[in-house]
Design a protein around this ligand. Sequence first.
Ligand code: ATP
Length: 434
Amino acid sequence: MTASFDTIVNLSKRRGFVFPSSEIYGGLRSAYDYGPLGVNLLRNVKEQWWKSMVQQRSDVVGIDSAIIQAREVWRASGHEEVFTDPLVECSNCNSRQRQDKLDDPDLCPNCGQRGTFGEPKQFNLMFRTHMGPVETSENLVYLRPETAQGIFINYENIRRTNRMKLPFGIAQIGKSFRNEITPGQFVFRTREFEQMEMEFFCEPATSGEWFETWVELRHNWYLDLGMDPENLRIRPHDDDELSHYSAGTVDVEYRFPWGWDELEGIANRTDFDLRQHQEFSGQDLQYFDQETNERFFPHVIEPAAGATRTTFAFLIDAYHEEEVDGETRAVLKIDKRLAPYQLAVLPLSKKPELIEPATRLADELRSTYMLEFDVTQSIGRRYRRQDEIGTPYCVTFDFDSLDDDAVTVRDRDTMAQDRVSTSKLAAYLAEKLG
Ligand code: ATP
């Protein structure tokens, strides 16, 4: 079952995952703020990506490049010229739409009128600003629309300083900005968002094989983090969809409440980017193979995912409603590595004789786990609150704890409860939570 769009948006706002940006001023469409739960979830998604792409690989290193780069970068990459979407304007309601995303090319989705669109205009998606106090064309710069170019322009720095040999990758997580014509579907398409991208440089003859490898690795990453295989698919691009640089692209798609849509693109970018940057910068960006004495441009496989979009997909995928004792239980069955809180510590009552030792216990556990300490309302309600935000384990400190020096640990998914002595709690949780 895919959770309904409204359910997830409501949950996000009600529980503090995501808030509309500038909400007290009426909200700024297409920008969002991540609240205490959302920021934990988003950080965990990024952390898992970094772990699998950088930490666990001997052939990939990381980078954090600037958001503002020289204008030449975007000339060389082709963005200044062709990073455009076709924009059509409705003569009836004046709304602007992205032509290639319309269900029916003649029907305005805003006012329902037919045949009201004019000729499409190519609209450049890059945000412009100026460096320094003078607003002249010489000072024009763009906010980066992707993190990839920050990698290409540092390719030679990284290869040299880290003595990298082909094949190797450079990974980056960071903010990107696109002045989308039709942002929407909550955090799915926003004008400010976060990407997780990796450029994998390899010998040209091996690029086909590496492409297949990365498609499989990336597909498995989502599955390993618990995404339902039924909601995930790999879709090769048709020839007319391919970007100007690509020799092959597949999208990893998720079954969103509105249908299949992209989570990640994996592209064979050939040697397009390094060639362009060599031409525009005048720097030698070819690779010298000491064994064969050959100079060549490596080819590049790029898995490019959206951190914010993927976080949204994990949230949708994890949301379940089930009947328990005649009541509906909402539970976020999210992987324990992604859950905003791994633990909740719940003293059964507000009496100081429970609050004090439970606080001490929580403070000890905090050094290892992200946890929430909650004393409000009945224990049943508190369990439901934690279920709804995906906390894998609740540790309840009750009056018996004072005598038997043990606590009750409740499992989110099975709702089973174990009585665990506090001296064994750390080992118990380490086994469960890793
Ligand atoms: P689309 O066709 O949806 O506009 P794209 O094909 O232009 O996306 P890429 O340039 O391949 O997207 O970017 C890689 C990833 O970055 C996407 O798969 C997506 O997860 C994320 N992404 C791109 N644009 C946005 C956006 N406006 N908001 C949130 N995430 C985005």
